[in-house]
Write a protein that binds this ligand. Structure first.
Ligand code: HEM
Length: 484
């Protein structure tokens, strides 16, 4: 294919057809695997066309770094999706285009989530860990619920100073909002072409879909507004100072006096805080699913990690962040959890701001650009036998091997839009994973006759790919009750 004005060709890709382009070859399920196969055929920079969009998929680390890191401004934008606005997600700066609006929110967010700020949230993380352990002790079969509740408690506690209970009705509403992300993606092309909500008579085809969108919108807005309103209420009585929102407000107004903050500044804090909540739960939940499943499938790995924890931490207390330097195996296990099946296998899409040239190809302005993180994490030249869960690949002579590519350099994204919550995620993952390993035995699900069923879970298609059918058996190790 030669680009319109006859200059450099577009990157190669499958043959296109009139009107539909590559619509019918775009992989619908597990697209990361389909794109990896296409990369094997056409190279590490491939180009597809569908529904008026040009999509460029990057399949290797070198190209990803050359474009998204070295030319970071050109790839700092996101594609514009009408569904984001329709479903009320447009306050979430993950989806925002590159510009002042995004910059203001990202700046204040980063000031509260950069490495030197993370220590402030240690106590909240500890509370979340205790909630998870007590929940698993009481009803291990509700692993999924306990995990989500614990992550929600950590983030709402850290961001808004909010104490939540497991059956909190607000959480149920927020969860409905989170579920919308996948609905939104799977219906995005349809919704792009439907007229605005409110202008569609209920008898028209598609009206049912729009009613669903209106419901979702309510839930999505409550993610942003309910915890914020709670914080405002509490702060009126002089409380609510020990949380991220308070720090954000201080940062936005040097002489912190709430009444003097403009409503625009308040919006910045409200959006940045809501984004933290929205971006933290599903990403970490999907990652922890990988951890539980891997432990149930690889008992030898679990035993080595537990032996290290007992050697370093002993039986009488829980692992702490300070122990981390002396826990190379547990650190390697966390890296392997991020690598084995990245929670966002295709990252989050970017948009090219201007025409670009790379290795003799043209990447046109406006193209959607995606990095196949899953393919990079499964490159057998970098990670031999990539399907296998093996923390050992990151170790050399008992210490972390700096020569092996750190999955965190890819799975949290690259360049200007790299995940600003990655340090918070890293400490939360460590706190939860180390404590669970220290206290529980994870094994495969049992069938009705009590026999273990080692199933390989299915990774759902989506921006954040949850594992489906991922049940495991979780049993306390000795003396746990007294430790909690
Ligand atoms: C293991 C857990 C996590 C993973 C795997 C993950 C992964 C990602 C990825 C791949 C992106 C897109 C980056 C890009 O475009 O290059 C992203 C963006 C983002 N993440 Fe995370 N994330 C995780 C946890 C978190 C947490 C805990 C928070 C909040 C505390 C967070 C906040 C964000 C935000 C705000 C963005 C949008 C950045 C922007 O567009 O400027 N993430 N994350």
């Amino acid at each position: 294919i030669v680009a319109g004005n006859g200059r450099l060709p577009l990157p190669p890709g499958p043959p296109t057809f009139p009107f539909v382009g590559n619509l019918f070859v775009i992989p619908r399920t597990a697209p990361w695997a389909g794109y990896r196969d296409m990369s094997k055929k056409y190279g590490n920079l491939i180009c597809l066309h569908a529904l008026g969009r040009t999509v460029v998929v990057i399949g290797d680390v070198q190209t990803a770094m050359d474009l998204l890191e070295k030319r970071s401004v050109n790839y700092a934008d996101r594609p514009e999706l009408k569904v984001v606005q329709l479903t009320g997600w447009d306050w979430n700066f993950v989806f925002a285009g590159y510009g002042q609006w995004w910059r203001e929110r990202r700046r204040v967010f980063w000031q509260c989530f950069r490495p030197d700020a993370i220590g402030n949230y240690r106590e909240r993380q500890g509370n979340g860990v205790r909630r998870l352990l007590s929940g698993l002790l009481a009803s291990p079969e509700k692993l999924s619920e306990h995990l989500r509740y614990s992550l929600t408690a950590i983030v709402l506690g850290s961001v808004y100073g909010m104490e939540v209970v497991e059956e909190d009705p607000h959480i149920a509403t927020f969860e409905k909002g989170f579920e919308s992300v996948e609905f939104l993606i799977s219906n995005s092309s349809l919704l792009e072409y439907l007229p605005a909500i409110g202008r569609v008579p209920t008898w028209l085809p598609g009206a049912g879909l729009l009613r669903r969108v209106a419901e979702i919108r309510q839930a999505v807005l409550s993610i942003r507004n309910t915890p914020w309103d709670h914080w405002k209420e509490v702060s009126r009585t002089g409380d609510g100072q020990d949380c991220i929102v308070h720090s954000m407000m201080e940062l936005l107004s040097h002489s912190y006096d709430e009444v003097n903050l403009t409503s625009a500044q308040e919006d910045v804090a409200r959006d940045a805080a809501g984004t933290a909540y929205a971006a933290a739960v599903d990403t970490q939940f999907a990652t922890l699913q990988r951890f539980f499943v891997a432990m149930s499938l690889y008992p030898d790995v679990q035993m080595r990690a537990q032996a290290e924890l007992i050697r370093v931490v002993g039986h009488d207390r829980m692992p702490e962040e300070e122990d981390r330097d002396r826990l190379p195996y547990v650190n390697a296990l966390i890296k392997e959890t991020l690598r084995w099946y990245p929670a966002l296998p295709m990252g989050v899409a970017r948009r090219a701001l201007a025409d670009d040239e790379y290795n003799g190809y043209r990447i046109p302005k406006g193209a959607t650009v995606m990095v196949n993180a899953w393919a990079i994490m499964h490159d057998d030249k970098v990670y031999p036998d990539p399907e296998r869960f093996s923390p050992e690949r990151f170790l050399k002579e008992g210490a972390l091997d700096p020569e092996v590519m750190d999955p965190a350099s890819i799975v949290f994204g690259i360049g200007r839009r790299i995940c600003p919550g990655r340090y918070f995620a890293d400490t939360t993952m460590f706190a939860l994973i180390a404590s669970v390993l220290h206290s529980f035995e994870i094994s495969p699900r049992l069938d009705d006759d009590g026999r273990p069923v080692a199933t390989r879970p299915h990774a759902a298609t989506g921006i954040i790919s949850r594992f489906e059918d991922w049940h495991c058996t979780v049993k306390p190790r000795s003396s746990l009750e007294t430790e909690i």
